[in-house]
Design a protein around this ligand. Structure first.
Ligand code: TYM
Length: 339
């Protein structure tokens, strides 16, 4: 008994996060979330997924979905997720996600889901494809997190509202039956929680924003990265200083701080007296330096389709084992007859 209690106390905190295989992954995805995923396994039980079920809430060609999914899986290996130590898998390979998502629909209020900013934004952007999946998207996301009893969910700022809804659903279920789900906490980085477009710094840098000049992709060549930073919109004045009326420079300072592990203030000091052009050149170089080793590793992972499939299978098996335990508990608590 004592041993058991000790074991429980010793249980490491668990981390879960995921990324959708729509469009090409960006510097925003990297600095807001992925950058931290590789190292988390040292201190936490870490699980990460390619959220392919989420990808079909917007129109996507079968060939693109397939290629993007493999590409993202390889990229997650390249950023340092260790398939031996961590659990890395494709969401659609673990059927428990779709099952729990259906169950949780019944503990999510229509009004709550209607208030999600991302649903409202995406509905506006594609008014002829406001499908039920798009509406239900945060419930599937809650299922992803709750299946693994995650304590911490490292995400960019735009996903925090979804993590909040997940907490609401978990708490409601726990209160209605008995404690079943760990109520997770969302965690955003100090610098990089919201990276803005280089060409329109009032907008988020997004995978599918359609503005290639303003978006740096993780797999862009060094030449393309340098060109994008060279053309980045700056503000009036000449001082490299963060300010509300200087969204362009503020965004570049944030990128630099996130890339180098410094602060916006230390970056301001480093570039005091320097021109905007010199500053942009340095941010570009820092980006290239950080992304180059990732790109090299990515190429070797992506080339080997067979090895990728094997890792997907092993990851799915590990994830499915954990997920099934939670799901069985949930079925029983609700009152389903089990065989
Ligand atoms: P997705 O694929 O849109 O983005 C993946 C991660 O990148 C972050 N991010 C950003 N961070 C800073 N600046 C930006 N410009 C920027 N753009 C994107 C996102 O906040 C996210 O952390 N629904 C999720 C995927 C998902 C998930 C989950 C996440 C599915 N199930 C469970 C956490 C837990 C999504 O679409 O992320």
């Amino acid at each position: 008994m004592e041993e058991q209690t000790q074991k429980l106390q010793e249980r490491r905190k668990r981390v879960f996060s995921a990324i959708k295989p729509t469009g090409n992954p960006t510097l925003g995805n990297y600095l807001g979330a992925m950058k931290y995923w590789g190292g988390m396994g040292e201190n936490y039980d870490s699980l990460f997924a390619v959220a392919d079920l989420h990808a079909i809430t917007v129109a996507i060609e079968p060939k693109t979905l397939r290629e993007n999914s493999k590409r993202l899986f390889a990229l997650l290996l390249a950023i340092g997720i260790d398939p031996e130590r961590d659990v890395l898998f494709m969401q659609s390979h673990v059927t428990a996600h779709a099952e729990l998502s259906w169950l949780l629909n019944n503990y999510t209020m229509f009004g709550e889901a209607s208030r999600m900013t991302q649903f409202k934004d995406k509905s506006k952007k594609a008014p002829d494809n406001v499908n039920v999946g798009l509406f239900d998207y945060p419930v599937l996301m809650a299922a992803d997190i709750l299946l693994y009893q995650a304590d911490i969910v490292p995400v960019g700022e735009d996903q925090m509202q979804h993590v909040e809804l997940c907490r609401t659903i978990a708490t409601r279920f726990n209160n209605r039956y008995s404690p079943t789900f760990t109520v997770p906490e969302g965690k955003v980085p100090t610098y990089g929680a919201r990276i803005h477009s280089l060409s329109d710094p009032t907008k988020k840098m997004g995978k599918s924003e359609g503005n290639e000049d303003g978006t740096v992709f993780i797999l862009d060549t060094p030449e393309v990265i340098m060109r994008k930073f060279k053309r980045a919109v700056t503000d009036c004045g000449a001082e490299v200083k963060a300010a509300d009326d200087k969204p362009g420079i503020t965004n570049l300072l944030t990128i630099y701080a996130a890339l180098t592990g410094g602060t916006a203030e230390s970056a301001e000091r480093e570039f005091a007296g320097k021109s905007y052009a010199e500053f942009k050149q340095r941010v570009g170089e820092a980006t290239v330096d950080v992304l180059r080793p990732i790109q090299q590793k990515y190429e070797s992972y992506r080339r080997d389709d067979k090895a990728l499939s094997e890792l997907m299978l092993a990851g799915a098996q590990k994830a499915a084992g954990i997920a099934r335990r939670t799901l069985e508990k949930v079925y029983k608590k609700i009152g389903f007859v089990r065989i």
